[in-house]
Design a protein around this ligand. Structure first.
Ligand SMILES: [Zn+2]
Ligand SMILES: [Zn+2]
Length: 64
């Protein structure tokens, strides 16, 4: 079977800066965060201190 006309699927995903990052306060309060730096709109509106924590998706080795 010679399939030289195989349709190549190219998954093009626009890789850009993640602007949908929610700050800790918005995340805990389930508030829609616009990811504004250094202070997002919800936080700035309430005068809260906006804190962005780095996404921790790495599991430490040897920890149960
Ligand atoms: Zn926020
Ligand atoms: Zn915030």
């Amino acid at each position: 079977m010679a399939d030289d006309s195989l349709p190549v699927r190219r998954a093009q995903r626009p890789r850009g800066p993640r602007t949908s990052q929610a700050c800790t306060r918005c995340r805990s309060g389930k508030i829609r965060c616009d990811g504004k730096m250094p202070t997002c709109s919800p936080c700035a509106d309430r005068g809260h201190r906006c804190v962005y924590s780095a996404a921790q998706k790495v599991r430490g080795p040897g920890k149960r």
